[in-house]
Design a protein around this ligand. Structure first.
Ligand SMILES: Cc1ncc(COP(=O)(O)O)c(C=O)c1O
Length: 480
C-alpha cells in the first residue's frame, strides 16, 4: 500500500482542527473530524473577515447612514461572489440568500412555475430528503432507479424522460451523494432535460465544497437552471446558504414568503412586488452569514478547486486502500482506490456483526474520531444500498414507529474536508482494526428510542471547553 508522505499544508487555514478531547479511559487525544459531509469547521480567514465586518456592520438596504451603505455594499458584493463561484451568468441568474440548501430547495419547489401540462418532477432514489420531500406535494414526483452499487441508472433516467415527455417540468438531482460520494453526470443530464423542454436543478450541498461548478449561460444546452448550496458545508458556519437560479422564474408570481423588503408599493388592498432577489428575501437578511460565505469562497478559490479536488482524491484513495485491507469491513458505493478522483471523499461502510451505531460510538468515545452513522437523511438510498427487501423494510418501520430503533438499518460514514490528513486515516484504520477484533474497552448500552450507544462511566465536562458564561471572561463587567 502506498502511504503518501506529504503533509497537509491546508490544515493551517482552519480553526479548531487540532483540539484535544478526552476519551473513555481518561486520556486526551487530538479530535479527528471525519464528519465533514454534515458540517465543516470554519476557515481562519472567514473568522477574520467576520470580525472585521462586525466593526462596520449595520442595517442593510434602505438605511441611509454610511455604515448601512457599507453593509449593503458588502452584502451585494457577496451575492456576486456566489454567482461567480457557481459559474452563473449574472444577468440570467439570480442569487437568493437563505439559511441552507434545504430552505433553497423548498423555496424552489414553492416558486417553480409548474403548469397543468408540465407537472412532473424527475428525481432519483439517491437524494437527500431535502431534495425529495419538498417536491412530493408540489408535483408528481418520479424517482429514477439506481444500479445495485448506488449509481443513477441512466438508462432508466432516459426511459422516464421519454415516458413522461412534455409533462416533465423539472429534473432535480444531487450533484454528489452525501452517502456514497458518487458524482452524477449533471451536464449530460441537463442536455437531455433541456432537449425535452424541461429545466434542471442540482443539489450542490455536497458538490460545492469539493468541485468547480459551472452553471453556464441559458443558451448552452448543458447549463444548469438552479443550484443550491450551504455555507456550513463550505467552511462558513454562519447560517447562510443560497439558491442560484434563473431570474425569469422569480420575476413573476407571488413570493413564497412575504413581508418587509419584498415590495415596491403596498396599499391597503394591493401590493406590487420588487424584482428578484429582493422579492424572495423577506425580512432582514443574515448579512454576516452572506459575508462569511463569500469569504470562504474567496479562500477556496485562492487554494483552487482543482487543488481541493486533488488533495481529497489522494485522501480518498488512501482511505479506500486502508479500509479494504481490514477484515470484516464492507465498503459501499465504489470501493476502487484507482477511481478516487471521480467521486467525493465520502465513504460508507459496515463492520461485520457490529451495529453501525456501536461502531460510530466506539470511534467517538474511545478514539476521539467523529463520524456519523445511520441513514444520513437518505432512507430510501440506504435501503437500496443494503438491498433490504420491502417486507423486511416494512417490519423495521413498524418497530421504529413503535419507538424501537435498535436494529435500524444504516451504515457508518466517513467524509473528508480539506484539512484532513493521511495520519487521520492511519488512526482511523488502527481504531477499526481493534474494533473489528472486538478489542474495545467500554461497556455500551443502547438507547432503543434513538438507537445510540453510550459507555458506562462516561461523564463529560463540556463546560471546560465552552460555556456561555465563561465565554464572557475577560470582558469588562457592567454590574455595579
Ligand atoms: C446532498 C445534500 N443535500 C441537502 C442537504 C441539506 O443541507 P442543509 O442541512 O444545509 O440544508 C444535505 C445535508 O447533509 C446534503 O448532503
Amino acid at each position: 500500500m502506498t502511504r503518501p508522505t506529504t503533509n497537509n499544508r491546508f490544515e493551517q487555514l482552519f480553526i479548531g482542527v487540532n483540539l484535544t478531547v478526552p476519551t473513555l479511559d481518561g486520556t486526551y487525544h487530538r479530535y479527528i473530524n471525519l464528519d465533514n459531509a454534515a458540517s465543516t469547521p470554519p476557515l481562519l480567514s472567514v473568522q477574520q473577515v467576520v470580525n472585521r465586518f462586525m466593526e462596520v456592520y449595520s442595517s442593510v438596504h434602505r438605511g441611509t447612514g454610511y455604515k448601512s451603505q457599507i453593509s449593503t455594499h458588502a452584502y451585494e458584493e457577496a451575492r456576486q461572489v456566489v454567482l461567480n463561484f457557481v459559474g452563473a451568468e449574472p444577468v440570467q441568474h439570480v442569487c437568493i440568500f437563505g439559511k441552507n440548501t434545504t430552505e433553497a430547495l423548498n423555496k424552489l419547489a414553492r416558486r417553480f412555475p409548474f403548469s397543468q401540462e408540465r407537472n412532473v418532477v424527475l428525481t432519483s432514489g439517491m437524494e437527500h430528503h431535502s431534495n425529495d420531500l419538498p417536491w412530493r406535494n408540489m408535483a408528481q414526483t418520479v424517482h429514477v432507479h439506481l444500479t445495485p452499487e448506488g449509481y443513477l441508472d441512466e438508462a432508466d433516467f432516459d426511459a422516464q424522460l421519454q415516458r413522461y415527455g412534455g409533462r416533465v417540468a423539472l429534473v432535480t438531482i444531487t450533484g454528489a451523494s452525501n452517502v456514497t460520494g458518487i458524482l452524477n453526470p449533471i451536464h449530460r443530464l441537463a442536455e437531455k432535460t433541456h432537449a425535452m423542454g424541461a429545466q434542471i436543478a442540482v443539489d450542490c450541498a455536497q458538490l460545492a465544497p469539493h468541485r468547480r461548478i459551472d452553471m453556464g449561460v441559458l443558451d448552452d444546452p448543458a447549463h444548469l437552471d438552479y443550484v443550491a448550496i450551504s455555507g456550513h458545508k463550505l467552511y462558513a458556519p454562519f447560517g447562510t446558504g443560497a439558491l442560484i437560479g434563473r431570474r425569469d422564474t422569480f420575476e413573476t408570481g407571488d413570493p413564497d414568503m412575504s413581508g418587509g423588503g419584498t415590495v415596491e408599493i403596498v396599499t391597503l388592498d394591493d401590493v406590487t412586488w420588487s424584482g428578484p432577489p429582493d422579492r424572495e428575501e423577506a425580512g432582514s437578511p443574515n448579512t454576516i452569514g452572506a459575508v462569511a460565505l463569500a469569504a470562504a469562497i474567496h479562500q477556496l478559490q485562492e487554494v483552487g478547486m482543482e487543488s481541493v479536488a486533488a488533495h481529497e482524491a489522494e485522501l480518498t484513495a488512501y482511505a479506500l486502500e486502508v479500509l479494504r485491507e481490514i477484515p470484516g469491513i464492507t465498503l459501499y458505493g465504489d470501493p476502487e482506490p484507482a477511481r478516487a478522483d471521480s467521486r467525493l471523499g465520502v465513504i460508507p461502510f459496515q463492520v461485520d456483526q457490529l451495529s453501525h451505531f456501536l461502531v460510530a460510538s466506539i470511534l467517538g468515545y474511545e478514539y476521539a474520531i467523529g463520524v456519523r452513522s445511520g441513514c444520513f437523511c437518505a432512507h430510501p438510498y440506504i435501503l437500496h444500498l443494503l438491498d433490504i427487501d420491502p417486507e423486511a423494510a416494512s417490519n423495521v418501520r413498524v418497530r421504529m414507529l413503535a419507538g424501537d430503533k435498535s436494529d435500524m438499518p444504516g451504515l457508518v460514514r466517513i467524509s473528508f474536508g480539506l484539512y484532513n490528513s493521511f495520519e487521520d486515516i492511519d488512526l482511523l484504520g488502527e481504531a477499526l482494526r481493534a474494533i473489528q477484533r472486538k478489542e474495545y474497552k467500554g461497556t455500551y448500552t443502547q438507547n432503543p428510542s434513538s438507537g445510540e450507544y453510550t459507555p458506562l462511566g462516561w461523564n463529560p465536562d463540556f463546560d471546560s471547553y465552552f460555556n456561555l458564561a465563561g465565554a464572557y471572561d475577560g470582558r469588562e463587567s457592567f454590574a455595579s
